[in-house]
Design a protein around this ligand. Structure first.
Ligand SMILES: Nc1ncnc2c1ncn2[C@@H]1O[C@H](COP(=O)(O)OP(=O)(O)O)[C@@H](O)[C@H]1O
Ligand SMILES: [Mg+2]
Length: 254
């Protein structure tokens, strides 16, 4: 389970992000970047953050701790900014909290990760079809001289077609990935070794355990996916099928 905490104060919106995440203080005295369920992109973005972020953690990639955070209705009442107030009012219940890395700054290439670390990150992005790690949008933070990954809401986009078309694991399994614009493209080391490392770690049990971290209430039913356990099974199937089909997307990505 991810830790479950409660917000105690909304500090400020983080306006540089596209989704209006906010800086929030919580019941455990921690400070978090919160991704709101009521933001335009909806619950699936939160699911992608947890699934892809926790896959990253299993691969040994640095990613801030995540938690499920409850936003009490009272917090919106003290918020003067109307846009923020609307977002808070649209986000009662479970939202996503990402541990705030104080003093971190956006990746600028001045302190690149090692070749192996870069290769692991490129592999993760190819596997999860994450196009959101380019120079215009690095979604990497430098903190204590090390590279940390953030922002995986755009990855595993296959779930966005579930409401209209239902799940189709075979389509996602072979979807090519173009790594030519990747922010770490110039510093990647041995990509074959990265694939071997990842394939050894991501057993079906590990993928299942990661998908199990997503709160039930974020798992929206879709045609053929009646409840949370069916939705979970669909995520596991999409990811395991893609891993088995690595020949069709990994060589092409390199
Ligand atoms: N854990 C964190 N610690 C410090 N700053 C963060 C953290 N997460 C996000 N940020 C800052 O907030 C910005 C927006 O967050 P991000 O997760 O990329 O959301 P968006 O989907 O809006 O792009 C980031 O570019 C970064 O500057
Ligand atoms: Mg971002």
């Amino acid at each position: 389970m991810l830790p479950h905490i409660t917000a105690t104060r909304f500090v400020t919106p983080l306006r540089e992000g596209g989704s209006l995440p906010g800086l929030v203080e919580a019941s455990d005295d921690g400070t978090y970047v919160v991704k709101f369920r009521g933001a335009g992109q909806g619950l699936k973005v939160l699911v992608a953050e947890v699934v892809v972020g926790e896959l990253a953690r299993r691969l040994g990639i640095r990613i801030p701790q995540m938690a499920v955070i409850d936003m009490p209705a009272a917090i919106a009442r003290y918020e003067a900014d109307e846009e923020v107030q609307d977002l808070l009012n649209a986000s009662p219940g479970a939202n996503l909290a990402v541990d705030f890395l104080p003093g971190s700054f956006g990746y600028d290439g001045s302190r690149p990760p090692t070749g192996d670390e870069a290769a692991d990150i490129v592999w993760l992005d190819a596997f999860t079809a994450n196009v959101d790690r380019t120079w215009s949008n690095p979604n990497l933070l430098l903190w204590h001289r090390e590279v940390w990954v953030i922002d995986h809401g755009a990855a595993i986009w296959f779930h966005h077609s579930w409401p209209s078309r239902g799940p189709d694991a075979s389509r996602f399994a072979i979807q090519p990935f173009d790594a030519s614009e990747h922010v770490l493209g110039d510093v990647v080391g041995d990509l074959s070794a990265a694939h071997r490392r990842a394939a050894a770690v991501l057993t079906t049990d590990v993928i299942t355990a990661v998908v199990d971290l997503v709160p039930d209430e974020w798992l929206e039913p879709a045609p053929g996916l009646d409840g949370p356990s069916e939705v979970r099974a669909a995520y596991v199937e999409h990811l395991t099928r893609r891993l088995e089909s690595a020949d069709s997307w990994w060589e092409a990505a390199r």
